[in-house]
Design a protein around this ligand. Structure first.
Ligand SMILES: [Zn+2]
Length: 90
């Protein structure tokens, strides 16, 4: 009886551990997933350009690249602390 209880506890513990590992795995996949910072498309859907900002990798697709160049203020929430140049005087 005591043996059975111990077995049940160890089974429950390993199930719990497996769940924790799955959760960590999912979180890590999400962090490593390359998505366009503007349209959120992945590199499975569209080629992404890798950028570096404050030593962190950022990704943007070719379609959204002009936004980065001409309308960087639209990406300000994705790039905290980015320098926003005033519009050029054409
Ligand atoms: Zn995009």
């Amino acid at each position: 009886m005591i043996y059975d209880l111990g077995l049940m506890v160890s089974i429950r513990a390993s199930v719990l551990l497996a769940r924790i590992e799955t959760t960590i795995g999912k979180t890590m996949n999400k962090q490593n997933e390359k998505v366009c910072m503007n349209c959120n498309r992945t590199d499975e859907q569209i080629p992404l350009i890798t950028l570096s900002f404050k030593s962190a990798p950022k990704y943007i697709c070719a379609q959204c690249f002009p936004v980065l160049i001409h309308k960087i203020h639209l990406l300000a929430d994705k790039l905290p602390g980015v320098e926003i140049a005033p519009p050029a005087d054409h």
